[in-house]
Write a protein that binds this ligand. Structure first.
Ligand SMILES: [Zn+2]
Length: 192
């Protein structure tokens, strides 16, 4: 039976690097991979996943209304007989119904789905996609990174260019001058 995986972490844990390495491994074994990335991510070129260490691969953009089940089913038809695997970058941006569609990709089409994303935003609130992935995934895998104090980082703090913690604003804000750092819970609530 195909499984749905959720690889979650704080920021800067190298999720895209792990995704691209996994993509390489599957392809090396003769499988076809479908990589999806949200179309809201403007940090890099659209239609590709780029990791901070310079790896990249072509990706299919998705927005809120995108139907994963339909898209994967179409690709299955076009690649008859090929083993496939689905990889989702920035999976925290998925909507509830898209997590349901990805479950059906695993259960009805028999295709493994690997999602990579953050658990929470800079206010410590869960992202919609992650909330449902944490409940519906067969396997949860934590990709670890550390806070400046050396403890495991689980939170994402947004800071201004002069180092102040940002405590309001929209969940989806990419680019701009603010930076994100990953911290432990204590340093998220009591920044030093
Ligand atoms: Zn800390």
């Amino acid at each position: 039976m195909a499984k749905l995986y959720f690889y979650y972490s704080a920021m800067n844990a190298g999720k895209s690097t792990v995704l691209l390495q996994t993509d390489y491994n599957y392809r090396e074994r003769g499988m076809a991979t479908l990589i999806y990335t949200p179309s809201i991510d403007d940090r890099y070129e659209r239609n590709q996943v780029t990791s901070r260490i310079g790896l990249k691969a072509a990706a299919r953009p998705f927005d809120d209304g995108f139907d994963f089940f339909q898209d994967v089913q179409r690709e299955v038809g076009a690649n008859a007989g090929m083993k496939m695997c689905v990889l989702v970058d920035e999976a925290h941006f998925l909507k509830k119904q898209q997590v349901e569609q990805l479950c059906r990709v695993a259960d009805q089409l028999g295709i493994p789905v690997l999602c990579y994303g953050l658990r929470s935003d800079f206010l410590g609130e869960p992202f919609e996609g992650s909330q449902y992935l944490l409940v519906w995934a067969d396997k949860l895998v934590e990709l670890k990174t550390v806070c400046h104090c050396g403890k495991k980082a689980t939170m994402n703090m947004r800071i201004t260019a002069d180092g102040q913690k940002v405590t309001e604003g929209s969940q989806i804000e990419i680019g701009g001058n603010d930076l994100y750092i990953s911290t432990c819970r204590r340093h998220f609530t009591e920044p030093v």
